[in-house]
Design a protein around this ligand. Structure first.
Ligand code: 0GY
Length: 299
């Protein structure tokens, strides 16, 4: 018996996703996914807002191969707090096929940052989603940003669309490349050219250091699987407007999904609808993530 029991309403990841109809190009990167635990080896954080089911690295590698991807970018989730041990362990056992985004506190030492870099970490994540964190990381943001800039890292920010007006100036003041999770979580029941999403497009258009993950139709959709059609106009607009600054990821194992657990193959099948040409698919799945996470291998 594990010392951790997942939350009563926790949906486990799909046990056997089918094969996607869309075949990712060779070298494709799943640029947003997580590793959870196993809790008995890598305990969940004391101050976590949820207890997930274990989602260990071996399962992630199996999914990567099954869906036809080559690499992963593993993003630290709040259930592990700023203890990046599970992330580092996964990176060190990935044979170079995974890189990471960590969560760090302001008191992290330079030596610890160097260790994360050696393991394959290339960014830090700041979570502004109120249900996931007790205190918003506003105070430490600039301090940490200045330090990780020197390492050539970027910042990943996670927030919900309704919060963007209040956070806009804070974000645009950041000195590094900034990657936004899940298109800033738009409300897709609103118009794709309405004021809420226009603010997000303005952020991307006026700040060329900003990138967006066009991920998580399963979180944003009201229509749901298998096509998640209501999300497609939003993601496609971002891919077509900013083809050099978009990333795609599965978001496996899909933390905090309360209504349905996606079949990951359905998520892969959304890709040709949001990136309709081979050229756009190559940028989204290979060129962009390689530039951000494996720059040492392409230079
Ligand atoms: C995600 C989504 C979520 C959780 C986290 O850090 C986290 O705990 O990222 C969420 O609940 O929306 O990005 O995978």
């Amino acid at each position: 018996m594990s010392q951790f029991t997942p939350d009563a309403d926790w949906l486990p990841f799909h046990p056997a996703p089918g094969k996607p109809n869309f075949t990712p190009p060779v070298g494709a990167v799943d640029a947003h996914c997580h590793v959870f635990g196993p809790g008995d080896t890598f305990p969940y954080a004391e101050k976590r807002k949820y207890t997930p089911c274990d989602a260990p690295k071996e399962k992630l590698w199996a999914l990567r191969d099954h869906l036809g991807f080559t690499r992963n970018v593993i993003v630290q989730a709040t259930c592990h707090g700023s203890d990046n041990s599970a992330l580092v362990d996964a990176l060190q056992h990935s044979a170079g096929k995974a890189r990471g985004v960590a969560t760090v506190d302001r008191d992290i030492s330079d030596a610890e940052l160097d260790t994360l870099h050696a393991a394959g970490v290339r960014g830090v994540r700041f979570n502004f989603v109120k249900r996931l964190v007790d205190t918003l990381p506003v105070d430490s943001l600039h301090e940490i940003a200045g330090r990780i800039k020197a390492l050539g890292w970027h910042i990943v920010i996670y927030f919900e669309a309704a919060e963007l007006p209040g956070l806009y100036d804070l974000f645009t003041g950041l000195p590094t490349t900034v990657v936004i999770d899940h298109m800033g979580r738009p409300d897709v029941s609103k118009a794709v050219d309405g004021p809420e999403f226009e603010l997000f497009v303005k952020l991307m258009a006026e700040n060329t250091n900003f990138w967006s993950k066009v991920s998580c139709p399963e979180r944003l959709s009201f229509e749901g699987p298998p096509h998640y059609s209501d999300v497609i106009p939003f993601a496609r607009r971002i891919v077509e407007s900013f083809p050099e600054r978009v990333l795609w990821g599965t978001d496996w194992p899909h933390p905090n999904m309360k209504n349905h657990m996606p079949n990951d193959a359905h998520l892969v099948d959304v890709i040709p609808h949001i990136a309709p040409t081979i050229e756009l698919q190559k940028k989204l799945l290979i060129d962009n993530p390689m530039r951000l996470y494996w720059a040492d291998e392409i230079n």
